[in-house]
Ligand binder design. Structure first.
Ligand SMILES: [Zn+2]
Length: 373
C-alpha cells in the first residue's frame, strides 16, 4: 500500500507526515492538485522506495488523507489565531485608547537633557528655545515680565499655547518648567519637578493638535496650556519669593477680564514618579476634585488619586485667590522619605511612562467631564 509520508511544499509544512519508510531515501512521486474552493498545488509528494506508483484507488484515498490533514492543520492554525485574539484583544483594545505616556516621557527626556534651567542661566534660555520650537506652528504667546526677587530684577517668561474649542470658555492646564535658582550648584535637573509635567503637556498638545486637524476646533472648551516660569523660590519659599509666573499671569488676566472666561484651572506638578500618589490639595475646588476622582475611577486608577490630603502652596494659589475654579494635581511624596525632592536625585530614572499615561488619561477624561457640565 502506498503511503504518502511527507509533503514538502505547502506552507505551512505538515509536520505530522513523519517519514515512516523502512528504507531511505524517499522518492518524489510528482505533483498533485487539490481542488476545491481554494485549489492549490502540492508539489513534491514523496513516498517510500518500492512504492513507485500510487494505484488509482489508493491515490484518491491518499488525497483524501492529505485533504483531511490539511484541514486539520488549518483548523489548528485558526484555533491558535483565535487563542491569540482572545489573549491579546482585551489588552490591546484599551491600549489604543490610552494616553501616550511614553511620548510624554520622551519629551521630558529631551527637555531635561538641557540640564539645570534656573532663571538667569543659559539652561533657562535653552529651555525657552525648546518650548518655542515645540509650539512654532501653534497659537503661542510669550508672556515676558520682570520679577522682583531677592537677587534683584529677573527676566522671566511664561509660555501660553491656545487650542481653540467650540464651546465658549477656557480650560487651562498648567505646569512650571524652570528649576530652582538656589539649587544651581548641585546639578539639579528637575526630571519630575518641572520636567515630567512639561513632557505631559507637550504630549497632550500633540493630541489636541490631532483633534483640531480633524475637526477644525476642539469639541468642548478651548484649552490653553501654560508653562509657568519662576514657580520655585529664588532663595527660600515665601509668599513673595515663589510662583512669580503664575502671580504675574493671574494678575494680568484679572485686569483684562480673561479670568472670567476660565472654567477650570488644572495644575500639574511632580506627577511623573514611579510611585504615584497624588494628594488631595485642600484649597482645590471640590467639584474639580470630584470630577477627577470620577475620571480616575473610569480607568481603575482610584488608588493613585487623593488617598491623602493637605494644603500645598503652588501655581494654582493666585488663581484660587481670584475665584477661579482650580485644582493642584501634585504628588509631594517623592522617593524614600521624600529624598528625591529638590535634590540631585530628581533624575529621569525616577519617572515612568506609566505614571504619565495615568496622568494623561485622567486629565483628558476630566476635561471631557468638564465639557459635559
Ligand atoms: Zn520644586
Amino acid at each position: 500500500m502506498t503511503r504518502i509520508v511527507r509533503i514538502t511544499h505547502p506552507h505551512p509544512p505538515l509536520p505530522f507526515y513523519v517519514p515512516q519508510c523502512a528504507t531511505e531515501p524517499m522518492r518524489t512521486l510528482g505533483e498533485v492538485v487539490l481542488e476545491g474552493r481554494n485549489p492549490f498545488i502540492l508539489s513534491n509528494i514523496e513516498a517510500c522506495p518500492g512504492e513507485d506508483s500510487i494505484p488509482q484507488s489508493q491515490n484518491s484515498a491518499a488525497l483524501r488523507a492529505v485533504k483531511g490533514s490539511i484541514f486539520r492543520v488549518y483548523a489548528h492554525f485558526f484555533a491558535a489565531f483565535a487563542a491569540v485574539i482572545v489573549l491579546f484583544f482585551p489588552l490591546n483594545l484599551p491600549a489604543q485608547t490610552h494616553f501616550n505616556g511614553a511620548k510624554a516621557l520622551e519629551y521630558a527626556r529631551q527637555f531635561v537633557a538641557i540640564g539645570p534651567r534656573w532663571p538667569t542661566s543659559q539652561g533657562h534660555t535653552q529651555a525657552e528655545a525648546f518650548l518655542r520650537g515645540q509650539f512654532k506652528h501653534d497659537q503661542l504667546e510669550e508672556d515676558t515680565f520682570t520679577a522682583n526677587t531677592p537677587i534683584g530684577p529677573v527676566a522671566m517668561r511664561n509660555f501660553i499655547v491656545r487650542f481653540p474649542g467650540k464651546k465658549d470658555g477656557v480650560i487651562v492646564l498648567g505646569t512650571h518648567y524652570e528649576t530652582n535658582y538656589w539649587l544651581r550648584n548641585i546639578n539639579f535637573v528637575g526630571a519630575n519637578d518641572g520636567g515630567s509635567t512639561t513632557g505631559l503637556l507637550l504630549a497632550i498638545a500633540d493630541q489636541l493638535r490631532t483633534e483640531i486637524a480633524r475637526n477644525k476646533a476642539l469639541e468642548g472648551y478651548s484649552i490653553w496650556l501654560v508653562f509657568f516660569d519662576g514657580e520655585e523660590a529664588i532663595q527660600s519659599w515665601s509668599a513673595s519669593d515663589s510662583t512669580y509666573g503664575s502671580r504675574h499671569l493671574a494678575a494680568k488676566w484679572g485686569r483684562d477680564g480673561t479670568l472670567g472666561r476660565i472654567k477650570a484651572f488644572i495644575l500639574a506638578d511632580m506627577i511623573g514618579d514611579k510611585d504615584l500618589d497624588i494628594q488631595r490639595e485642600t484649597r482645590s475646588s471640590d467639584w474639580l476634585v470630584s470630577l477627577m476622582t470620577q475620571a480616575a475611577k473610569k480607568f481603575g486608577y482610584d488608588r493613585f488619586f487623593f488617598q491623602t490630603e493637605g494644603p500645598v502652596e503652588d501655581d494654582h494659589m493666585a488663581f484660587v485667590q481670584r475665584g477661579v475654579p482650580s485644582i493642584d494635581v501634585i504628588d509631594l511624596d517623592y522617593g524614600p522619605n521624600n529624598s528625591y525632592h529638590h535634590t540631585a536625585q530628581d533624575t529621569m530614572d525616577k519617572i515612568t511612562a506609566r505614571s504619565l499615561t495615568i496622568d494623561g488619561d485622567v486629565f483628558l477624561e476630566t476635561i471631557r467631564l468638564i465639557d459635559l457640565r
